[in-house]
Design a binder for this molecule. Structure first.
Ligand code: AP5
Ligand code: MG
Length: 314
C-alpha cells in the first residue's frame, strides 16, 4: 500500500498535484479541505460549524477531521493507497493518522512537502479568489492567517516525519508538469530503489514567518519579486567568483611574463646610458686637466715675462 502525505502551505499546489498523482499511481485522494467544503455545500451541521472557522482561516478541531479521515479509510478497504492532502495539520492529527493506519497495517510510506515562497502563495491564492470565489481566498488577511497557522501549527510536522525518516521535500515553484515530474521521481526513488531521494533537508530556504500575522503580511508585501530576482543574481555572481579568481590569479603571471624582456631591455639601456655618461665624464675631466695645465703654463710664462721686464727697468 502506498500512503503519501502531500504537505505544504496554502496554495502550494497540494490539490492540483494530488489529482495527478492519484491518476498516475491509482490512489485515492483524501483532502480534508474538500471534505469540509462538501459538508458546507450540503449544509450539514458539521459543515455549518466548520464554515465560520474556515472563513477566518483558522483550523477546524482535530476531532472533526480525524473522524472524517477514519470514515473515508473505512469506506475504501480495497484501496491501493491514499494521498493525504491537507491532513495531518497538527501533531495530534499526525499521531492519530499513524494509529489509524497501524490498525490497517498500512503505515505512511512518505511525506512530501511542496516548498513555495510566500509571495508566490499570496499571488496564486488571490488570483484564485478573484476567479473562482473560494471564500477563504477572497480576503488577503484570511490568506495571511492561513499561512501563519501553517507555519506555526503545521510546518513543525516536518520534524515529526523526519524523525521517522519519511520526510522529503520538493521545490514547488515552476510549471505544474515540472513539479509533477519531481514528485514522481521522489516517489519512484523511494518505492523502487528503497533509497531516499532526499536526505531530509529542505531544497529551498524555508519560508520564514514572523511571529505575528500582521508583521508577516508586511514582510510579504515588502518583498517584491524584483528583490527575489536580485537575490538570484547575487547567488549567480557568488557562484561565478571562483572562475574570476582563477582568471585574476593567472592574469598577473601572464603580465609578468610579458614585462620580463621589456625590463631587461630597459636595464640594458640604463647600463649603456651610465657607461656613456662615464665616458663623457672622463672626457670632461681630461679637458679640465688640459685647461688647468694650459692655464698653469700661461701663468709661468706670464711670471717669467714680468720678471724680465722688471730687470730691464732696473
Ligand atoms: P484546504 O482546502 O486544505 O486549503 P489550504 O491548505 O489552505 O490549501 P489550498 O487548497 O488553498 O492550496 P493547495 O496547496 O491545495 O493548492 P492548489 O492545488 O489548490 O483547507 C481549507 C481550510 O479547511 C483550512 O484553512 C482549515 O480551516 C480547514 N482544514 C482543512 N484541513 C484541515 C485539517 N486537517 N485540520 C484542521 N482544519 C482543516 O493550488 C492553489 C492555486 O494555485 C490554484 O488556483 C492552482 O491552480 C494554482 N497552482 C497550483 N500549482 C501551480 C503552479 N505550479 N504554478 C502556478 N499556479 C499553480
Ligand atoms: Mg487544496
Amino acid at each position: 500500500m502506498l500512503n503519501i502525505v502531500l504537505f505544504g502551505p496554502p496554495g502550494a499546489g497540494k490539490g492540483t498535484q494530488s489529482k495527478k498523482l492519484c491518476e498516475a499511481y491509482h490512489l485515492i485522494h483524501l483532502s480534508t479541505g474538500d471534505l469540509l467544503r462538501d459538508e458546507i455545500s450540503r449544509v450539514t451541521e458539521l459543515g455549518m460549524q466548520a464554515k465560520s472557522i474556515m472563513d477566518k482561516g483558522e483550523l477546524v478541531s482535530d476531532e472533526i477531521v480525524i473522524a472524517m479521515i477514519d470514515a473515508k479509510l473505512n469506506a475504501n478497504p480495497q484501496a491501493k493507497g491514499f494521498i493525504f492532502d491537507g491532513f495531518p495539520r497538527t501533531q495530534a492529527q499526525a499521531q492519530a493518522l499513524d494509529e489509524l493506519l497501524e490498525k490497517r497495517n498500512a503505515p505512511i510510506s512518505m511525506m512530501i512537502a511542496l516548498e513555495v515562497n510566500d509571495v508566490e502563495l499570496l499571488h496564486r491564492l488571490l488570483l484564485r479568489g478573484a476567479e473562482s470565489g473560494r471564500p477563504d481566498d477572497r480576503d488577503e488577511n484570511v490568506i495571511r492567517r492561513r499561512i501563519f497557522n501553517y507555519n506555526n501549527q503545521t510546518a513543525p510536522l516536518k520534524k515529526y516525519y523526519s524523525q521517522q525518516n519519511k520526510f522529503h521535500s520538493v521545490y514547488g515553484m515552476g510549471t505544474v508538469e515540472n513539479i509533477f515530474e519531481l514528485l514522481c521521481a521522489t516517489i519512484d526513488n523511494k518505492t523502487q530503489i528503497k533509497k531516499p531521494y532526499h536526505d531530509g533537508t529542505v531544497t529551498i530556504a524555508d519560508v520564514s514567518m514572523e511571529d505575528e500575522p500582521a508583521k508577516h503580511l508586511r514582510a510579504i508585501k515588502e518583498t517584491p519579486k524584483t528583490n527575489l530576482a536580485k537575490k538570484a543574481i547575487v547567488k549567480k555572481k557568488v557562484a561565478a567568483k571562483p572562475a574570476k579568481k582563477i582568471a585574476k590569479k593567472s592574469a598577473p603571471k601572464k603580465a609578468k611574463a610579458k614585462t620580463k624582456p621589456v625590463k631587461k631591455a630597459i636595464a640594458k639601456k640604463v647600463v649603456k646610458k651610465a657607461a656613456a655618461k662615464k665616458v663623457v665624464k672622463k672626457a670632461a675631466l681630461k679637458k679640465a686637466k688640459k685647461i688647468k695645465k694650459i692655464t698653469a703654463k700661461k701663468k709661468v710664462v706670464a711670471k717669467k715675462t714680468t720678471k724680465k721686464s722688471s730687470k730691464k727697468r732696473k
